[in-house]
Structure formats: C-alpha cells, structure tokens
Design a protein. Structure first.
Ligand code: TRP
Ligand code: ZN
Length: 479
C-alpha cells in the first residue's frame, strides 16, 4: 500500500533536492534545527510527472460534499485527508485543479497554503515528524472543471442532463477533491454527498446511510470504501437512477444505478452481471471487494466506460463484452493497481484478455482466433486500426496521449496469450490467480509481472516474449 516509501530512490532524490534548495534559505540542516523538507510536487510518473506528491502516504479520505445540479452547478466540499509523513515535512503538496480553496488546517490548526497550477502547497504551523500520522482538512467550493486528457478525452467533473458524474482516469479526480492523485497511493474512503431531495447519489463501496433533512429538501448519501482504492477509481454519480439491489450466489451485494432512459436497453445485460461475476471469480480467484454493481448514465460525449471501483461506469447501456471488461478490471487495475501509468497494459491487457476468454468459454471466437486475427490484420475493419496495434510496445507507451491505444489493450492481451501458449492452460490460470492474489489491494509494475511469471514457470523461456512482444518496437516477426 505504500510503494513510494518502499522505493528509496524516489524519496532520496527529492529529499536531497529539497534540502539542497532549502539550505539556501537556511531552513534545512543546521545543528538541531532541522525543520524538514518539502514533499515533492510529483512522484516521478514517466507520463504524468506532476501527478501525486512525495513525502507522505494517504491512508484515508473523508469527503463531505454537497452538489446542486441546477444553473449554479456548485460543489461545496470538506476533504479530511489522513496521511503518514514519509520524511520530516515542513511543507507538502496536494493535487487540486480549479475550485476555490477556503481554508486549510493541519492537525486542527490553520496552515499556510498557496496554489501553483495543480499543486496546493500546504505549510503546517510546525513541521511533521517522520512517520507521523496527520490530518489535513481542506474546505472548498466552486464549479468543478471538466478536464481534457492528453488523448483528447474528457474526465474530471462531467455534468449530465439531470446531475453529474465524476470520472478520474488518469488524473481527473483532482477536479473534485484535493489529494495524492497518483495510482501508487491507495487509501480507504468515507464519502458523504448531499443533493436536492428526489435525486440519487451513487459512489464506490457500500451505502451506509440515506437521510433527508427535517425540511425535506435535501438528502445525504453516505458511502464507505473499506478496501484500498486509487483516486482515479473514485466516482460519484448524481441524477435520477433506477436502483436495483441483489446478491450473487456467494452473497456478494450487487448495487446497480441506471438512468431511466437506459433502463430498457440495460435490463438484460445487467441481469447477467451476477453470472459474469461468478465466471470471473472462477477464473481470476476470489473477488477483492465487498460489493459490486454498475452505474449506467447518459454521457455519450464521455464516450467511454471506466472501471470505477466496485461499480464500473457506462456512458449508456453496455454490451456484454464491455461489462466483462470493466468487471475484470476490479481484479486487474482496481485491486492490483499499476505502480505508474507506464504499467497501464497490466490493466488493459488483462481486461481485454478477459473479453477473449469470455468469448472462448461462451461459444464465440477462441483467444487463439482473436490473436491470429490481430496478427493477420483482420481483427479490425479499418486497416489503419489494424496497423496501429504495432505502433509501440505495450510495456513502453510512446507518450501520455497514447496510454489507452490498442498496443496497450490488444497487444497487451497478445502478450498474455503468448504466456498461455508457453505454459499451458493449467499453469496459465495459476499465474492469473496467483498474480491477483500476490498483489491484492496493492500496486505492481511490469518488472514485478515478468519476474512473477518466470518464477511460476521455472525452465520456460520468456525472453523472446518480453523482448519482441512486451518491449520490442514494431510487429514481431513470428506469431
Ligand atoms: N480504462 C477504461 C477502460 O478501458 C478506458 C479509459 C477511460 C481510459 N478513460 C481513460 C484509459 C483514460 C486511459 C486513460 O475500461
Ligand atoms: Zn479497460
């Protein structure tokens, strides 16, 4: 849960830099007078260098929000962030984009703060000792922003016809709450959201309470996420929804929220959700969270589904393959989370391969047929799309604008299929389940994965797969 502190090179690098700078201001070093360093403004993600912050690790977010979707579209919030200092800290950053900050306290005392782009820089009254657990409270309000990703897609706060939905991959969550917005820092959440009575508000985890004020004008929904969650997977969806609650055969609660306009188109596919969950548990191992479900809204221009934890989001009624994909992410992405955005193929390769396996197990194309069609260039109708599969290797996306392109999805799935062909089905499913178990609720990167596969299949040679399929430029010479 704390990969950053487990990586000495990262914290060392920024400590030295921060102290080097601070020495000039005589704020660092000095006999007995060490005031501590400033946490860095990023954790060194190769694709999103400002994402996340160095020097501390968040353990819990308590978010108290209120939203009125009418013409004002104003969000007011109080975020109480519990974190542990990884070094002695005289100042630290939170990621927060837009909105108006009203006050910041640390340990209940007013703190100094300033804003610089997406960084909210906080300087507590006194330095925080290394290892100290501390609470930061940020009060804020305003109209949250819709952000545009490097690839041109929209995320952050997305207004809908009757409410709004928050989507955060890769960095959109900084539009609606301040935090350590990098996948390497996972935390638990309590989220309360107050909306005009008559509207629903749905989030991750489980609904703990629903209360309406005495005037009968506003309803507060309290949601709790008890298993660690990366901030990009946090969501809140506000609007009119048909709510359905059931359980799977194993007794897992299923909570779905569907825009009434999408209800008819969603009914059959959502009825298959418990069955898909059972198939995925059989193939991937025990489900890592305490509830499941889906959110279906109308947000055609978001144009994409997202594996928001517990409850994936769909911009309209999903098809079965997309539901299989987003539910597979609960194991691969949400529970085993990439250490950086470079490791994105560990999410999308597995989720895409889950679609292939589902098809294979349900009378459709086998995974081998999907692999062969991709290799032959017949998988996509559009020849340019077929060619784009070879644009860059899955293990090294060419830039932040391309982390959700087909080399990450389809070629990532091809890497998994090559492993399956090398080890056989029994060992392959051991690897899939073992990987999910080994890093359950944690973070992992591509090197962790290749080492894990090698350890699980001694005597097998994966050198060519890593060299040509995972890290090699262009189309591999042999299927
Ligand atoms: N992760 C989503 C999926 O395939 C797709 C997606 C949505 C995405 N927004 C993104 C991928 C931003 C990368 C970056 O289920
Ligand atoms: Zn995906």
């Amino acid at each position: 849960m704390s990969p950053r502190s487990a990586n000495p090179s990262v914290s060392l690098a920024f400590t030295v830099t921060a102290c080097g700078l601070a020495l000039l201001l005589t704020a660092c070093g000095g006999a007995g007078g060490a005031r501590g360093s400033s946490g860095s403004a990023g954790v060194g993600d190769p694709y999103f260098p400002k994402a996340g912050n160095g020097g501390y690790d968040v353990t819990h977010y308590a978010l108290d929000l209120a939203y009125t979707p009418d013409s004002s579209a104003t969000l007011t919030g109080t975020a109480t962030i519990t974190a542990r200092a990884g070094v002695r800290l005289s100042a630290f950053d939170l990621d927060f984009k837009g909105m108006k900050v009203e006050s910041v306290t640390v340990g209940g005392r007013d703190a100094r703060w300033k804003r610089d782009g997406q960084e909210l820089i906080v300087r507590p009254r006194s330095a925080l000792a290394e290892g100290k657990l501390f609470e930061t409270t940020v009060r804020y309000s305003g109209v949250p922003e819709t952000l545009t990703d490097p690839d041109g897609s929209e995320e952050g706060w997305l207004p809908t016809a009757d409410g709004a939905v928050a989507l955060g991959e890769p960095v959109g969550s900084m539009a609606w709450f301040p935090g350590d917005h990098h996948p390497s820092d996972k935390a638990t959440y309590d989220l309360s959201i107050t909306v005009p009575k008559g509207l629903q508000a749905v989030s991750n985890g489980e609904l703990r309470a629903e209360t309406t004020n005495s005037a009968g004008t506003r309803t507060t929904y309290r949601w709790r996420t008890a298993q660690p969650m990366a901030t990009y997977l946090a969501t809140v969806a506000i609007g009119h929804y048909d709510i359905t609650r059931t359980t799977t055969k194993n007794g897992l609660p299923v909570y779905t929220a569907v825009d009434p306009k999408e209800a008819v188109a969603s009914r059959a596919v959502l009825a298959s959700l418990p069955r898909i969950m059972e198939w995925e548990e059989y193939n991937f191992g025990p489900y890592p969270f305490s509830s499941t479900g889906a959110i279906v809204d109308r947000r055609g221009d978001a144009g994409y589904a997202l594996e928001t934890q517990n409850r994936p989001f769909f911009p309209g009624a999903p098809d079965t393959a997309t539901l299989v994909h987003e539910l597979a992410h609960q194991w691969f992405g949400d529970s085993v989370t990439p250490r950086s955005w470079r490791d994105m193929w560990l999410n999308e390769g597995f989720a895409t391969y889950a679609e292939w396996l589902w098809s294979e197990d349900h009378g459709g194309d086998t995974a081998q047929e999907s692999f062969d069609a991709l290799y032959a260039g017949t998988y996509f109708d559009d020849p340019a799309e077929s060619e784009a599969v070879w644009a860059f290797p899955p293990g090294r996306p060419s830039s932040a604008a391309h982390i959700s392109d087909s080399p990450v999805y389809e070629r990532g799935a091809m890497v998994l299929h090559k492993i399956r062909r090398t080890v056989g089905d029994d060992r392959f499913y051991d690897i899939v389940q073992g990987w999910a178990a080994a890093h359950r609720h944690g973070n992992a990167d591509t090197a962790d994965f290749t080492k894990y596969v090698e350890r699980m299949a001694p005597g097998k040679d994966f050198g060519g797969i890593w060299k040509d399929w995972l890290y090699g430029d262009g189309k591999p010479a042999h299927a």
